[in-house]
Design a protein. Structure first.
Length: 234
């Protein structure tokens, strides 16, 4: 897949929607809430069934009863209420979040395409050698090029950045990683923020998918918004 092919694919709303993996935070939260709620419901059902020796005629009446839970010593009774009422909260919450997601995703996708057309670009990804923590996971970061920078120059910049990262000792690397994380590398920032001398147009962010290319949409001028760095489906 060449850059020209990707740019052509992203030139229409339909092609953009098919090719770009937008961030689906609301959707993810909705499915997570449903999953946790279902697991809690299964736990309730199992505990209730055990308590009544699987007499199914009594189970519907006794579901979500905190007093049916028994714990080993040392565990707070608060957990009885957590396990009992979690399905009643998480399942409706998950449904509401998914309804919001499906109701708004078309407009969100259209707005993202408009922003991409007005100020975004497709760039090449090059590994930096710098890894940062994202929750409990460690993720690789990449430099993402800008159309104004020739490929040869960008490759040289990426190589220089990699060489710098590998030259750091353990203490210096930890400090650099911490600084990059605080600066916002997990959402995408101009690489010059943490590495002065790199052209302001070059962005550093976590690796985006398996494609060589990624979509970058900077915040609107004069706003305090964040970069949107998105993977392209290969």
């Amino acid at each position: 897949m060449t850059l020209a092919t990707v740019q052509h694919q992203l030139s229409t709303p339909e092609g953009f929607a098919k090719a770009v993996d937008g961030k689906r935070t609301v959707s993810s939260l909705g499915w997570t809430s449903l999953g946790l709620g279902a697991a809690a419901f299964a736990f309730n059902l199992f505990s209730t069934g055990q308590a009544v020796d699987w007499a199914w005629e009594y189970i519907p009446q006794l579901l979500f009863r905190p007093d049916l839970f028994e714990y080993s010593s040392g565990r707070s009774e608060v957990w009885s209420y957590v396990y009992s009422f979690a399905p009643l909260i998480l399942v409706p919450l998950g449904i509401i979040l998914l309804i919001v997601h499906f109701a708004t995703r078309k407009n969100a996708g259209a707005n993202l395409f408009t922003d991409f057309q007005s100020r975004g670009w497709v760039g090449k990804q090059r590994y930096t050698g710098l890894q940062v923590k994202n929750g409990n996971q460690t993720v690789d970061t990449v430099l993402i090029s800008h159309p104004s920078i020739p490929d040869e120059s960008f490759d040289a910049i990426a190589l220089q950045f990699q060489t710098y990262v590998t030259s750091l000792d353990k203490k210096a690397l930890k400090a650099f990683t911490t600084s990059a994380t605080k600066a916002g590398v997990l959402t995408g920032i101009p690489a010059a923020v943490i590495a002065p001398g790199i052209p302001a147009e070059v962005v550093i962010a976590p690796t985006q998918g398996k494609s060589e290319f990624a979509v970058v949409v900077p915040p609107a001028p004069g706003t305090s918004g964040k970069f949107k760095v998105l993977p392209i489906k290969s």
